[in-house]
Ligand binder design. Structure first.
Ligand code: 13P
Ligand code: SF4
Length: 319
């Protein structure tokens, strides 16, 4: 244990043992996204992509859900479990996609396209979910869009990159909300091409939130769990990974003999790290479990309406 001038800094062992103790005491389940720091992933009950974590939240018998992820993910868990306590270590852990699509502006957009349904990427607020017809994630979006009758017009919100990718994959002509992820838009095509020349055996794999110029050069495109699955199954031994670096933790654990190279951003910065995801720390995780706060609280009516398109997604994902 280290003592600094104003604050006692606790050891990693302290946080691990306290979090595990509190999990038992609270009858809590700890859900962690792949973009969380490795130490948090290592103590989670479920690590997954947005869909897997929503499914885990739907099924849990725990009294308390502790969400090591971002706000929209914890909100989804709350919508699925209105009577449970849902804790998020830092309420400021937002998402640029959710923030770039306010419900009132989406309503104005919808008013201009009255005969369209809204399919919203799960990276959106509860208010936006409440006005959507179907929610999707990057792992089920293509499957869900293909289930919509050809004659039905669609607004896809809020991610224009995932939307464009889906238009290409499904041939559907969707109207796109022009939102983007600040992390996945930073990858440099130029630097990635240089890396490919330097590592000719490496396969480029990318999340569909990346821009088209990255996706069109990729050997594989998929959600975080699909990327993990791909590196485990594929015969290649080197990969350039165009998504948030948190996923490398699981990739290295699953394939210790393979090489993973992070796709670089254009600027000399660490802007390929999600600043929202990284707001959660072991200390904040421990404190939120110790104090029972910060908690996700939603308007009951929004919660009730937002549940409908989420349940639709969970049902359509099974088909
Ligand atoms: P996944 O559903 O692939 O985990 O993506 C979530 C996300 O926020 C990616 O930026
Ligand atoms: Fe949102 Fe991008 Fe962070 Fe994912 S990586 S949570 S889409 S800002």
């Amino acid at each position: 244990m280290i003592l600094t001038k104003n604050k006692e800094v606790k050891s990693k062992e302290f946080y691990v043992s306290e979090i595990l103790r509190l999990k038992k005491e609270l009858n809590a389940v700890l859900l962690a996204h792949y973009y969380q720091e490795g130490d948090i992933q290592d103590i989670a009950d479920h690590i997954g992509d947005s869909l897997q974590l929503a499914q885990a939240a739907e099924k849990t018998n725990a009294d308390v859900i502790v969400f090591a992820g971002v706000h929209f993910m914890a909100e989804t868990a709350k919508i699925l479990n209105p009577d449970k306590l849902v804790l998020l270590p830092d309420l400021n852990a937002g998402c640029s996609l959710a923030e770039g699509c306010p419900a009132d502006l989406l309503q104005k957009f919808k008013d201009k396209h009255k005969d369209h349904i809204i399919i919203s990427y799960i990276n959106c607020s509860a208010e936006v979910k409440a006005m959507s017809d179907i929610i999707c994630t990057s792992s089920n979006a293509e499957k869900l869009v293909k289930q919509i009758p050809e004659s039905q017009k669609i607004i896809f919100a809020p991610d224009k990159n995932l939307g464009s990718y889906l238009i290409k994959k499904t041939g559907r002509d969707m109207v796109l909300w022009q939102g983007a992820c600040i992390v996945h838009e930073t990858f440099s095509e130029r630097k990635i091409m240089m890396l490919k020349l330097e590592n000719p055996k490496a396969k480029l794999i990318a999340h569909p939130e990346c821009e088209e110029k990255i996706l069109m050069n990729s050997d594989f495109v998929g959600s975080t769990s699909a990327l993990l699955n791909f590196v485990e199954k594929d015969s290649a031994t080197e990969f350039i990974v165009a998504t948030e670096p948190g996923i490398i933790h699981q990739m290295e654990k699953a394939c210790p003999d393979k090489k993973f190279i992070l796709a670089p951003p254009e600027a000399n910065c660490s802007c390929n790290e999600c600043p929202y995801m990284k707001l959660n720390t072991m200390e904040k995780l421990y404190l939120c479990m110790r104090d029972g706060t910060p908690e996700i609280i939603l308007d009951k009516e929004i919660q009730r309406r937002a549940l409908v398109p989420i349940q639709r997604m969970l049902e359509m994902s099974k088909k």
